[in-house]
Write a protein that binds this ligand. Sequence first.
Ligand code: ZN
Length: 381
Amino acid sequence: MKTPFICPRCGNKDPDYIGIKNGKPYCRRCIAFHGEMAPPVSPKEKTVKLCLSYSLSEEQKALSDRIVFNFKRGVNTLVYAVCGSGKTEISYGIIGYAMSRGMTVGFALPRRDVVIELYDRIKSAFPGNKVIAVYGSHNDDLTGDCIVLTTHQLYRYPKYFDLLVLDEIDAFPFKGSDVLVGFFRTSLRGNCVMMSATPSKQVVEEFRKPGHEILTLRTRFHKNPIPVPQSKIAIGPLKYVFLIRRLLRYRKEGKQCFVFVPTVAMSRNVYGVVKYFVKGGDYVSSKREGRARIIADFKNGKLTYLVTTAVLERGITVANLQVIVFGSDNRIYDEAALIQIAGRVGRKAAAPDGDVVFLANQESEGMKRAIKEIRYCNTFL
Ligand SMILES: [Zn+2]
């Protein structure tokens, strides 16, 4: 009896998808994927320096270390991280480690726009290394210290990656695609780190087997949904009208508010206007002297609102906080940044609700995607 044909690219063994050409079997399931293959690379140790403008939380640090520990002992890790908990950052440790050892490193995601965004983030986190992005129309260079790619492009890398990080495993089109899952399996020769806010039962079961470990990142430790941001479109000076009215209302209701602005100059300017209409505020940025005291005053309830740059995007927890992102269509506010900001609200179990308002001239892609992603994550709580 003939041994059944298994496709070396996607792992398909379903005879319905196997054809015969010139007496030889071929796979019909992955035939649409064809193009240049990645050239072989020889391992070479590299200098790696991680540059982050912020520090990881204790929890992120512990998980990051655990992933490295698992990798060293040949264990695959599933990171089960809720939306807005900063799961990308915890993969930097293992990426840095594997690159420094001269291993082949890939970071695969199903969606092209997320690949492009993540590529920017990883490139600025590791400025001294060659980080490349590979997706549909962008595949001239297939080699780098860290390759950020769509799952569709994995077929170019058979038995290639010593470390493969896979994010959004439950997102379309990866989920439910045997071809893409097959590509993933055949391109991995070492160990993987999978990340998801919503892992399927099947994935969880797989990671309960020996040689696997599930880690949970729960920055949002109470099980309440993240408040879904509201978009408020207001052109030019009308943004100030909205902002002032809203801050007056919060003040009356005894609610504190962060007003995020895109630049240091704007933190000063926006506060410079608003302070004539709404008392009890201040502004902070990386350039503002006495910042620590101002933040302490806010925490103690002496101030009702703070106009702030990204310095307060992470790490500060205030009960019953409202958030307004002034100019949320600015290009610095991508999906990840907006989700992170929305995650500032409702962090105390006692006051899980709060407003998140995106105040902009028009609704940007980042705003749309952030709102969509938060809605999606909330459906799983
Ligand atoms: Zn195939």
